[in-house]
Design a protein around this ligand. Structure first.
Ligand SMILES: Cc1ncc(COP(=O)(O)O)c(C=O)c1O
Length: 380
């Protein structure tokens, strides 16, 4: 009866694509405990070390004094909108200078819920080819048409717009700012020119940049000074903020529309109030203290050749990538092999992500191992 599934799993195993859950023994700020060892965690989205942080958790719980419960027991449109949700939404609207903000339960919910609602029959989306799975799933659920342009290729995007824009009513350009697997940054300023020229609505996903880029931590749009030019900005709380959930901020009309039409928002129980309170507390009380650390993290990344704190080390084959992770494990580093379908075939890689307490000294041996690998590759 389950033969089909069994065969597919066997094939995944043969191709080294099979995945399974790992039994971690614990996490503690920049470290992770695995297979009996304490390792520097280079596979975490906990960019500012707010999650897995006993001191922060304790300080928050003392501050919260039992005021917030662990379950909302309702969707937002029913009885799920307690004051803390609106307070966080209003705080974000104020920080971005936008009219209205809406929380979603996760970045996945946000991306699935936004494009599927806004892009209707007769509309079109232009999406960067490397956009996250949640953006792709949102487009698939929408009743409109979508086109994917080669990653960060602005002339390909313009050609597509030139050819296709006239055939549709509303048009959207959707991209990540910092790309989750490549760590590079989309040419957002050029997209703004194109969106104006071709009359499109621009949506950016700052999942990996919110909390990291910009003086206030609002993301790449803040650091480029282009917040006002972007129609909708999505940010997530599960990465740098160390919490859970997501938001989209923009004009009142678009946010009102999402409240009425976005199924991923409407048909799901609201985030736990304690969690929303933690997010707001981190943004108000802790994020402002991180500017220097964030600058240091991004300058270490620059030395390692990346424009962001995400550093891809492309190896190619699945097995070589898995083997390299094992070598690094024995040298005190926790890295994960990133393989297809998460990344294109033949580009399996280590996705190293820095967190703000990691120092150059911490990365010395890693640098030596990766340099040695480059030499071996060149010799072949
Ligand atoms: C670019 C991007 N958007 C959205 C998400 C989903 O966010 P969440 O984990 O909050 O569901 C991720 C998660 O990795 C991501 O990388």
């Amino acid at each position: 009866m389950y033969e089909d599934y069994q065969n597919i799993l066997e094939e995944l195993k043969t191709k080294s694509h099979f995945r399974d859950l790992k039994d971690y023994e614990g996490k503690d700020e920049k470290f992770i405990y695995f297979r009996g060892r304490k390792l520097l965690n280079l596979s975490s989205n906990n960019y500012l070390n707010f999650a897995d942080n006993e001191k922060i958790t304790k300080e928050f719980l003392d501050w919260a004094e039992g005021k917030y419960s662990f379950g909302s027991a309702s969707a937002r449109l029913l009885t799920g909108t307690l004051p803390i949700y609106k307070e966080l939404e209003e705080l974000l609207s104020e920080m971005y200078g936008k009219e209205r903000t809406l929380l979603y339960n996760s970045g996945y919910h946000a991306n699935v819920g936004i494009s599927s609602a806004l892009c209707q029959k007769g509309d079109v989306i232009f999406s960067d080819k490397l956009n996250h799975a949640s953006i792709i799933d949102g487009m698939r659920l929408s009743e409109g048409k979508f086109f994917r342009f080669p990653h960060n290729d602005m002339s390909a995007l313009e050609n597509l717009l030139e050819r296709e824009r006239g055939n549709y009513k509303n048009a959207f350009i959707i991209t990540e700012s910092v790309f989750s697997m490549d760590g590079d940054i989309e040419d957002l300023k050029k997209i703004i020119q194109l969106k104006k020229k071709y009359d499109c609505i621009m949506i950016i996903d700052e999942a990996h940049a919110f909390g990291v880029f910009g003086e206030k931590g609002l993301g790449v749009a803040e650091s480029f000074g282009i917040i006002n030019d972007i129609d909708l900005i999505v940010g997530t709380f599960g990465k740098a903020i160390g919490s859970m959930g997501a938001f989209v901020t923009g004009s009142k009309i678009l946010i009102d529309f999402l409240i009425n039409k976005s199924r991923a928002f409407i048909f799901s129980t609201a985030l736990p109030p304690i969690n929303v309170a933690f997010t707001k507390w981190i943004i108000e009380h802790k994020l402002p203290e991180t500017l220097e650390k964030r600058k240091r993290m991004l300058s270490i990344a620059k030395i390692m050749g990346s424009d962001s704190h995400i550093i891809p080390v492309i190896i190619g084959g699945n097995k070589e990538t898995v083997d390299l992770c094992e070598v690094l494990f024995h040298n005190g580093y926790f890295t994960l092999p990133i393989r297809p379908p998460t990344v294109p075939v033949g580009t399996s890689r280590l996705r190293l992500s820095l967190t703000s307490d990691i120092t150059e000294e911490d990365l010395k041996v890693l640098g030596e191992k990766l340099n040695a690998l480059t030499l071996v590759k060149q010799a072949k």
